[in-house]
Design a protein around this ligand. Structure first.
Ligand code: FAD
Ligand code: NAP
Length: 501
């Protein structure tokens, strides 16, 4: 690392704390850690993260305002049931950042390209046993930063690093194809939704209008894009947009009664009684077992409502799995009001396919059917793990997603074996901003030595049990999701910190 750094190679900053990323999570952390005068490194030239880099002109908040707010800074119109636009969401974040005066900590256009552990790797397993060893004011991590104005890297040293680089954005997930069946043989245009987000309104509608567009995916990015595509193709000259659906998941309408049912059965303290929690007592395990018919009944009730409200059967989009599996994996997307209206007009068509590949004129499916296309847009999601692994050094890089291939974090925040580093924004629940704010507060109290961590072994054991529970609850175990026990976990974290919710 030092070879590429500007001279003097190491900037020993006045701050002992670095924050990487200035999305919702990084800004929440800057507020909670402001008494440490952190240095925030942000790769782009603004705050907002995914709300700047991977949202469309039509993107709206899919959570309610109350479920997407900082406890210490409520939305001005928090009872308004309408969905705020991306500009309103960005305004809200900016107001928060200005209100708590955290913008002064941010170094924009400063991309962290490498982290290096500044201590000798010692201990039984060949690396330092973390968290037990006080840093005694000495640097633990070195950070190499690429800025816009120099070809050389700037290197900094810190005692504590908080990573908030986000699970989405930056690195798209691109499907793999058999040889001679990939993008290279397709005559049309191929892009990922992250590229589409960079287009202005005019360029976006030029791309879609009058063209046969295939959108791959059936989650929020793909669903919203299909609606934008349908709207650009109204009238006789319009072309239908084809959505390639690999797994139909339960999708939610923006409907007041659904919202009411959902909050009552899934986001209330009493609703968590029905669901297993990590590291629960035998008594609670028994209670959950006895209540499991009720839990399944609630799931069925939600399914019946959705099948009544949305034409899922008509379009072959009825999921094969229970509703509760989508909740336990944080997989549910909200559909814009006009999504099925556009399908009814024939402007959106659905193609179920487990496998697909390119041919010269379009896409071919595993049932030997083909469709022609001028443009193929991949709404296939993001590779957040790759983004993180790019900057983490070994042996930590290999530990971070061991053993399940997804982030395994104690309290959704620290890895028991990665010292003086925390990660926020990697667990999902119904209330992502609240979760990031609480975790940032927890990290701040930990750094202020307001409470002590459990031993490394106990934290590792509890983390594994939590991951095991998430895995048991859903076959779509792709990201850490605490939706069914987030209130309980927040209570536990508050107790640990000595505060109340
Ligand atoms: C389009 C979209 C809409 C969403 N809508 C909702 C919603 O309605 N409700 C909900 O609950 N959740 C939603 N989410 C989930 C969303 O990810 C979180 O709600 C939240 O905004 C994530 O914030 P974050 O700060 O953790 O990550 P991000 O917003 O991804 O911010 C990470 C920041 O880190 C910076 N960064 C990355 N790498 C580096 C580096 N190496 N060096 C320096 N800086 C770096 C990035 O530039 C970025 O600014 C949405 C996600 C997307 C993609
Ligand atoms: N507020 C908003 O309006 C908004 C807008 C956009 C995104 N978001 C959020 O941003 C996050 C990312 O969402 P996302 O929709 O971009 O990604 P995502 O949730 O990861 O969904 C990816 C989609 O692509 C499909 N897919 C992946 N590879 C495929 C392949 N090879 N063939 C066919 N289909 C494939 C997946 O199918 P499988 O299910 O089969 O894997 C899934 O339907 C989510 O948290 C989402 O809620 C929010």
């Amino acid at each position: 690392m030092a070879d590429h750094c500007e001279s003097p190679s190491l900037v020993i900053s006045n701050s002992k704390t670095a924050i990487i990323g200035a999305g919702f999570s990084g800004i929440a952390a800057a507020k909670q850690l402001c008494h440490h005068y952190p240095i925030v490194f942000e790769a782009s030239d603004c705050i907002g993260g995914v709300w700047k880099s991977c949202a469309y002109n039509s993107t709206k908040l899919q959570s309610t305002r109350k479920n997407y707010e900082f406890a210490e800074f409520p939305w001005p119109n928090r009872n308004d049931p309408s969905s705020p636009s991306k500009l309103e969401v960005l305004d809200y974040l900016e107001s928060y950042a200005k209100h708590f005066d955290v913008l002064k900590f941010i170094n924009f256009n400063s991309k962290v390209v490498e982290l290096r552990f500044a201590r000798p790797l010692v201990g039984n397993a060949g690396y330092c046993w973390p968290w037990d060893q006080p840093s005694q004011g000495q640097p633990v991590w070195e950070i190499a930063v690429q800025t816009k104005d120099s070809d050389n890297l700037k290197c900094y040293a810190f005692e504590f690093v908080v990573v908030f680089i986000g699970q989405y954005g930056d690195i798209p997930k691109i499907p793999k194809f058999p040889s001679n069946k990939g993008p290279e043989i397709f005559k049309g245009k191929i892009l990922h939704t992250i590229d589409y987000c960079k287009l202005n309104k005019e360029a976006a509608s030029q791309l879609l209008e009058g063209n046969k567009v295939v959108v791959v995916g059936y989650k929020k990015s793909a669903i919203d894009l299909a609606v934008e595509c349908a709207q650009a193709n109204q009238g006789a000259e319009g072309q239908p947009c084809t959505m390639v659906v690999r797994t139909p998941h339960w999708i939610a309408p923006n409907h007041w009664f659904f919202g009411l049912l959902f909050s009552f059965f899934y986001t209330s303290r009493s609703s968590e009684l029905l669901h297993e929690r990590p590291n629960q007592t035998i008594f609670r395990t028994l209670l959950c077992f006895l209540l499991s018919p009720l839990r399944r009944g609630v799931s069925k009730l939600m399914e019946s409502f959705l099948l009544w409200k949305l034409p899922l059967k008509k379009y072959g989009l009825k999921p094969d799995h229970p509703f509760e599996e989508d909740i336990a994996s944080c997989q549910m997307a909200t559909v814009p009001e006009n999504f099925f209206a556009e399908a009814d007009k024939g402007n959106i068509v659905f193609k179920r396919a487990s496998e697909w590949w390119f041919w010269e004129e379009g896409i071919e499916f595993d049932d030997n059917t083909k469709t022609t296309a001028d443009v193929v847009i991949l709404g296939t999601g993001y590779n957040g793990m790759k983004k993180l692994k790019t900057i983490l050094p070994e042996p930590f890089r290999s530990m971070i997603d061991y053993p399940y291939g997804i982030m395994s974090l104690y309290r959704g925040t620290i890895h028991p074996l990665i010292p003086n580093m925390s990660f926020v924004g990697y667990v999902e629940s119904v209330s992502n901003v609240g979760a990031s704010e609480l975790r940032s507060k927890w990290v701040a109290r930990l750094m202020d030595e307001k409470f002590k961590l459990l031993s490394t072994e106990i934290m590792a054991e509890q983390t594994l049990r939590e991951m095991e529970l998430m895995r048991r609850r859903t076959k779509f175990f792709k990201r850490p999701c605490i939706a069914t026990f987030s209130i309980n976990q927040a209570d536990e974290m508050c107790k640990e910190m000595g505060c109340q919710l």
